[in-house]
Design a protein around this ligand. Structure first.
Ligand code: GLN
Length: 491
């Protein structure tokens, strides 16, 4: 029974639970057993609390018995990237800096998932402080790709993507600053959605780059993604960037038989560096849309080539400010060697942060320093405006834009670890979306000859999540990629 349960979509599990064919405790036990069986090799979890998960499951069964189910997520295990606060549980950001830190409160997304009845399940690995594209920058462990354990799951939310792909959780949350939900979703063959900036509260998320960060869901189907997004979206007075837009019923709007859309293809996204197998898979997806009556138009995003450069100025500037709070005094790692207060800051930060985090703090401090601010930071902000304008111009003609999510399928562990620039270019198709504040989704669209998943990215209009999900569903409905699962044998 349990082997069948772990890959079922949330929608089907919800019916089994409602009909009494399975209990939430049984479902949770199946996920614990799966995690115990595969995670010693996969290494997606930083930690999990089995007793706590089983007691949440028992509470869910109790609600159902009393006729008080909270809906489709009630009793469903949802994994959490280890940068999202869960009261009483460790919160490490996969950093030595926070190795012994415990969350004093729930993030708003955690609270909302609990209100929807979901079981908050485990702390999932990431690149330290969400900085990276392979999860190799984690100070705790190296996560594998469930389709090939010698390869990376992508990053920074690599643990979240790998856990959902491997059947260790039915869905998961991640955070996306430059691609960290969509790129690992593509590399692990699951669906991952980055919401419009301001749709989902970041209260209780460890900040990386505050003008770019958004929390979003991973799941194995578009419908499960819509359900999870619906549970976490909406205004929160505790996050001053959270907007008051009404939240539609994403799930109800998914299937629109006969609906057609105008879809854009950006020439700039099919350029040098794009793997031919990825290009071919995305082109086949475009053909599918054509075949169901969508109009495909070429659009131009001329400032695309500046996106990675602008991102690495803005993101590092913001992170140098956000990470200044880790000073060894209030919380986090404190050096035992310090001679005085200034030495305490130096040594605590030198010992607590890894190499990539230090590189970014140094870069960010540099671009903000007097004399360089105008040349770098201010100019990057202007480029950001041009990039947003490119997208808004394109959206006057089309409803959404189709691109590859990542220029390549999953790369080998170690392959790009020594070359930060090669790693930064993994996010070339996802970063513009964050700079422009737009929503984006990655949907599985096939496999390479070596059986590695490929992702199609659909970029939506601001607050266009409902249409974006319906467009994703119009592809998924005719392609059973999400019915295929990694075997996780060998390695
Ligand atoms: N890979 C990008 C970076 O390293 C994006 C990370 C993210 O979205 N958190 O900054």
């Amino acid at each position: 029974m349990s082997a069948e349960l772990i890959f079922k979509p949330i929608t089907e599990l919800a019916s089994l639970l409602a009909e009494g064919k399975v209990s939430s405790v049984e479902l949770m036990r199946a996920h614990v057993a799966r995690t115990r069986a595969v995670d010693p090799r996969l290494q997606a979890f930083n930690s999990f609390d089995e007793a706590d998960a089983l007691s949440q499951a028992a509470a869910s069964d109790g609600r159902r018995a009393a006729g008080a189910s909270r809906g489709p997520l009630d009793g469903i295990p949802v994994g959490m990237k280890d940068v999202i606060s869960v009261a009483g549980q460790p919160l490490t950001a996969s950093s030595r800096m926070l190795a012994n830190y415990v969350s004093p409160y729930d993030a708003t997304v955690t609270r909302r998932l609990r209100e929807a009845g979901a079981i908050i399940w485990g702390r999932l690995n990431l690149d330290e402080f969400a900085m990276g594209s392979s999860t190799e920058n984690s100070a705790t462990r190296t996560t594998g790709n469930p389709w090939d354990l010698t390869r990376v799951p992508g990053g920074s939310s690599g643990g979240s993507a790998a856990a959902v792909a491997a059947g260790e959780a039915a869905a998961a949350l991640g955070s996306d600053t430059g691609g960290s939900i969509r790129q690992p979703a593509a590399l692990c063959g699951v669906v991952g959605l980055k919401p419009t900036y301001g749709l989902v509260s970041r209260y209780g998320l460890i900040a990386f780059a505050s003008s770019l960060d958004q929390i979003g869901p991973f799941a194995r189907s578009v419908e499960d993604t819509a359900i999870t997004l619906g549970a976490i979206a909406g205004h929160d007075p505790l996050d001053s960037t959270s907007l008051r837009n009404p939240i539609p019923d994403y799930r109800a709007g998914l299937d629109r038989p006969g609906a057609t859309w105008k879809l854009g293809i950006a020439r700039e996204y099919f350029a040098e560096g794009l793997d031919p197998e990825v290009a071919a898979a995305v082109e086949r997806a475009v053909d599918h849309y054509r075949s169901i009556g969508c109009e495909i138009r070429e659009v131009s995003l001329p400032h695309t080539k500046y996106a990675v450069g602008a991102y690495y100025i803005i993101a590092t500037a913001e992170c140098s400010s956000n990470l200044s709070r880790y000073d060894g005094v209030r919380y986090g790692h404190r050096s035992a060697e310090a001679a005085d207060a200034v030495d305490l800051y130096f040594k605590s930060r030198a010992e607590g942060f890894g190499a990539e985090v230090k590189r970014r703090i140094i870069l960010g401090t540099y671009v903000l320093s007097s004399g360089y601010y105008d040349a770098y930071y201010l100019r990057a902000q202007k480029v950001r405006t041009l990039i947003r304008r490119d997208f808004l111009n394109a959206f006057r003609e089309v409803d959404a834009i189709l691109t590859p999510t990542s220029p390549t399928a999953a790369f080998r562990k170690g392959e790009r670890a020594a070359d930060p620039l090669a790693m930064y270019l993994s996010d070339i198709y996802t970063i513009g979306v964050n700079l422009a504040g737009l929503p984006g989704i990655s949907v599985p669209c096939g496999f390479t000859r070596g059986r590695l998943p490929i992702g199609l990215q659909i970029i939506g209009k601001p607050f266009g999540e409902a249409d974006m999900l319906a467009i994703a569903r119009a592809y998924e409905r005719d392609h059973a990629w999400s019915a295929q699962h990694p075997e996780m044998n060998g390695a």
